[in-house]
Design a protein around this ligand. Structure first.
Ligand code: ZN
Ligand code: ZN
Length: 470
């Protein structure tokens, strides 16, 4: 096998590879809670895609095992050690803007267009086909291999919770659900919840009736809205216009009726693990509001804390939680949700991605010191630990070596804000299938997988699985 041309082997079977992938792409496997039943807890689509995958593997002569409606696996090999490959067949909603039917795959300009083509049916089928190719070439697997297929990766990972309650944990492995060269570090994930109890209402100052921003802790809020009442409301409107002019990153609108004004700030959404790539509408709006006096103590605390400690504070330094790890990088902070109501008080969810070397308990202590002068309670949610497989682990070394050998591209370790299925295994990483020169269309309209990427990834997976099962 040492002199085999893996890419050639895959290219000569490209039609069969595409045929396998199309079987799955034709199934709309978006999670649908309205159609959820006990038999299909995230709706019928993800289950149908899982069953189609297992049927295909059975037709190809593989042993398979299904774990309720949640997950399944394809098995091969023998030996004590167990290698895991973790992919998923659920997909995010199609959304609008498609030029073709997202669940009727078409090949155009050497690209396969379909929802799930690159996330994650394409890469999972690539890994499956790699195993099939090795078997066809007569390879003996000296370790056991489980190709594990989940149905709820895009939402809550319940599929893997159920799977690992019953199934054996692989000794090592990878998830083909991110990018090459590798992701061997994933930061921890925890939220600090700031609660502002309503303390007292005075007669002086404006009244912050409400403040609303954000949908989820892992997204940068695109827009933030505040409703304010008081006399001389025109003063707020004039100051707001000046503030918006001075800040190029945001746009805004406002509307006045009698003694009431509604302010909306528009920023830019981004993933919560990369907050500096977005423009946080919530902290900008608070930054504007901080110069006014409010008639409730909690409104003042809410606005000032957002503005002074959370605005443009992507590494958490103003909260005292900044920490740098040589490989995994810095703490990142995203203010994902910020809500205030004059009756109920306020609540902020600040989501942190943190490297090894700090932890939620330490961070809570640091935050409590930083907020000493505010009337606020801080709690940490149940977090996820950072995950790191060292660069000198034979798994990482082998995967990087195969990648470099086949592509000629630079191979180096890589950490992200998290998280992939790779972190579920103690010695687990993410490996492909996006290349540095691929166009990333995951979660977007007109998602595609370049045919060249499909064959390149399959060839890499074949050699990687071959070497890791010696
Ligand atoms: Zn995915
Ligand atoms: Zn995804």
């Amino acid at each position: 096998m040492e002199n085999i041309n893996w890419l050639k082997e895959v290219e000569s079977r490209q039609d069969a590879l595409i045929e396998d992938l199309f079987r799955l792409l034709k199934i709309d496997s978006v999670r649908d809670d309205e159609k959820a039943t006990a038999e299909a807890p995230v709706g019928p689509g993800p289950l149908a895609a899982l069953e189609e995958f297992l049927t295909m593997a059975q037709e190809d002569g593989f042993e398979t095992k299904q774990f309720g409606p949640w997950a399944g696996r394809v098995e091969i090999g023998s030996g004590d050690e167990l290698m895991g490959i973790l992919g998923h067949v659920d997909v995010v909603p199609a959304g609008s803007g498609w030029e073709t039917d997202p669940f009727e795959p078409v090949i155009k300009d050497n690209r396969i267009y379909a929802r799930g083509s690159s996330d994650d049916k394409g890469p999972t089928v690539a890994a499956y086909f790699a195993i099939k190719l090795l078997r066809e070439l007569g390879v003996e697997f000296n370790k056991r291999v489980h190709l594990i297929i989940g149905t709820d990766e895009e939402s809550g990972w319940q599929c893997m919770d159920h799977y690992f309650k019953e199934a054996e944990m692989p000794d090592f492995g990878f998830s083909p659900d991110a990018n090459f060269p590798i992701i061997n570090g994933e930061k921890g994930n925890v939220s600090a919840i700031f609660t502002f109890p309503q303390v007292e209402i005075t007669t002086v100052g404006y009244s912050l009736v409400s403040f609303k921003a954000g949908l989820r802790p892992n997204m940068v809020p695109e827009d933030a809205k505040a409703v304010i009442e008081g006399s001389n409301i025109e003063f707020i409107q004039e100051s707001f216009e000046i503030f918006v002019e001075q800040h190029e990153d945001i746009t805004a609108e406002s509307s006045v009726s009698e003694n009431r004004i509604e302010l909306t700030v528009y920023g830019k959404s981004a993933h919560g693990s990369t907050p500096s790539k977005g423009v946080n509408s919530a902290t900008y709006l608070a930054n504007f509001l901080q110069k006014f006096e409010f008639n409730s103590t909690s409104a003042g605390d809410f606005v000032h804390l957002l503005s002074q400690l959370l605005h443009l504070n992507f590494n958490g330094a103003k909260l005292g939680v900044a920490h740098h790890h040589e490989v995994m990088g810095d703490v990142s902070m995203n203010v994902g949700i910020a809500n205030f109501d004059i009756e109920k008080g306020g609540k902020i969810d600040a989501n942190f991605r943190f490297p090894e070397g700090t932890d939620p308990e330490t961070m809570l202590g640091q935050i409590n010191t930083a907020v000493e002068n505010f009337r606020v309670n801080v709690d940490m949610t149940d977090g996820k630990e950072p995950h790191y497989v060292p660069a000198d682990d034979p798994l990482v070394e082998t995967l990087l070596d195969v990648y470099h050998k086949q592509t000629g591209f630079e191979a180096h370790e890589q950490s992200i804000g998290g998280g992939t299925y790779g972190r579920l295994m103690p010695r687990g990483v993410a490996y492909g299938a996006l290349f540095p020169d691929s166009i990333d269309t995951m979660h977007q309209a007109n998602e595609f997988l370049a045919l060249e990427d499909l064959t390149r990834a399959t060839a890499i997976y074949a050699e990687a699985i071959y070497r890791l099962t010696r």
